[in-house]
Write a protein that binds this ligand. Structure first.
Ligand SMILES: *Cc1c(COP(=O)(O)O)cnc(C)c1O
Length: 431
């Protein structure tokens, strides 16, 4: 492989022609992505105008951070755009996992139970939900019973099973919109809304929660628009627009958000404190750009799906169809194909392009994981990245991309390398 920084990357003309031909078929799909972007941008601009956003809001605060108008306005804007009454938007939230864990702890009390309505949650939440006795202070340690309801056979929410799992001590019913890195499909906002209506009919005072990671701005509505009480996510994914350098957000009803603020901070302090000496410009600019960046990433995902499909690979979701998140699964079939793809993606990255991805052990995973991520912001998966466990059928996940053109170039580069190494034939398949 010509990974050496001293040599230009190898590009095969036939591969380039294939990518152009595949992309030429995506015109209507790209146009549909742009229509969603336009609707979401208008919602953001309307919120900026309603909240009278001005340069004074970018300044930031020190010490306790009381009366930080930039923070209060940003939180009001997130609530407006995502359809809630209140929000917490902070660089101090460590990650999406921290935001989600704060919601789970804040909205349950000893003796309560939480029903996970979309199967086993995302990997990083496993230590949060149990088992007890690890000394980490997880939900069961605090006497909260966690109940997991698998998805139905067709990948939809098994509403009757969710209702059966609930009882009068159910404090929270939780949903995960994105597949994460699981072999299941992602759930559209409308489907979640249908389940929420059934749950509320059974128990009117139950709180409903959606892990919204990777979903923001992929559709024209967000979960609170269909009656969900609380959502949470990461600012180094969609809503940070590639600009926010850390943090997470929570949006929901005034009552729920107040409880979460007491848990995240301290009882009594709630939302009133939290200084950001560096100011809020990145958060406003990132949120403004987010629908556009999400659209770029989605075009990259459609192109990835269409190109792999043209070579006979299994992809999920398929190209062209509607989406609700950014994750593209690809079945690479062979470890050498997977590794070659990952290395080419890394070599086409803006940062750390000289690094060579190598499978490694990761805590919580049984198989070695290989990752390609040359991102400006550490671990940011709104930037173009890919990862996969090294086990048959070598299913990998490709996500993000600040620019469609970057994803396209990485694909040209990766498929050129696959052809050059004889792992793929370009002559016996037709675009
Ligand atoms: C990324 C993600 C999380 C956790 O976010 P981190 O910021 O990595 O902690 C949770 N759920 C889903 C579905 C995710 O995609």
């Amino acid at each position: 492989m010509n990974e050496s920084p001293d040599q230009p990357l190898f590009v095969d003309d036939r591969v380039e022609a294939r990518v152009e031909a595949v992309e030429a078929q995506l015109g209507a799909t790209y146009a549909a992505v742009d229509r969603v972007l336009e609707r979401n941008l208008v919602r953001i601009l309307e919120a900026f105008r309603r909240r009278r956003l001005s340069p004074a809001h970018f300044i930031g605060s020190t010490g306790y951070g009381y009366g930080d108008a930039g923070r209060e306005t940003l939180e009001a804007i997130f609530a407006d755009v995502f359809g809630g009454e209140a929000a917490i938007v902070r660089p101090h939230i460590l990650s999406g996992t921290h935001a989600i864990a704060s919601v789970l702890f804040a909205l349950s009390r000893p003796g309560d139970n939480i029903v996970f309505a979309t199967g086993v949650p995302y990997d990083t939440l496993h230590p949060v939900i149990g088992p007890s006795g690890r000394g980490q202070g997880n939900l069961p340690d605090y006497g909260v019973d966690v109940r997991i309801v698998p998805l139905a056979g067709d990948g939809s929410i098994d509403i009757p099973a969710v209702l059966r799992a609930m009882d009068d001590r159910t404090a929270l019913v939780a949903f995960q919109r994105s597949r994460g890195y699981q072999d299941r499909r992602s759930l559209f906002v409308a489907e979640i809304g249908e389940a929420v209506r059934a749950v509320k009919t059974k128990k009117a005072d139950v709180c409903t929660f959606v892990d919204n990671c990777y979903g923001e701005f992929v559709e024209t509505i967000e979960p609170p628009h269909v009656g969900v009480d609380v959502i949470a996510g990461s600012l180094i994914k969609n809503p940070g627009g590639g600009i926010a350098k850390s943090g997470g957000y929570i949006v929901g009803s005034r009552d729920a958000v107040a409880k979460i603020a007491y848990r995240l901070g301290a009882p009594g302090i709630g939302l009133e404190g939290g200084a950001v000496p560096g100011g809020w410009l990145d958060y406003y600019l990132g949120f403004f750009l987010a629908p556009h960046i999400v659209a770029e990433a989605l075009k990259g995902a459609h192109l990835t799906a269409a190109l792999f499909a043209s070579f006979g690979f299994r992809v999920d979701p398929p190209p062209h169809g509607p989406r609700t998140d950014l994750i593209q699964a690809v079945e690479f079939g062979r470890p050498d194909v997977l590794l070659t793809f990952m290395r080419a993606v890394q070599a086409a990255s803006p940062v750390d392009a000289f690094a060579v991805p190598t499978p490694g052990e990761m805590p919580g995973y049984q198989d070695p994981i290989v990752m390609a991520a040359g991102t400006f912001i550490q671990g940011s998966s709104i930037e173009f990245s890919a990862d996969a466990p090294l086990r048959p059928p070598y299913r990998g996940y490709v996500q993000g991309g600040l620019m469609r053109a970057h994803v396209k170039y990485a694909l040209v580069r990766a498929f050129s390398e696959l052809v050059r190494q004889g792992l793929l034939s370009i002559t016996d398949t037709s675009g």
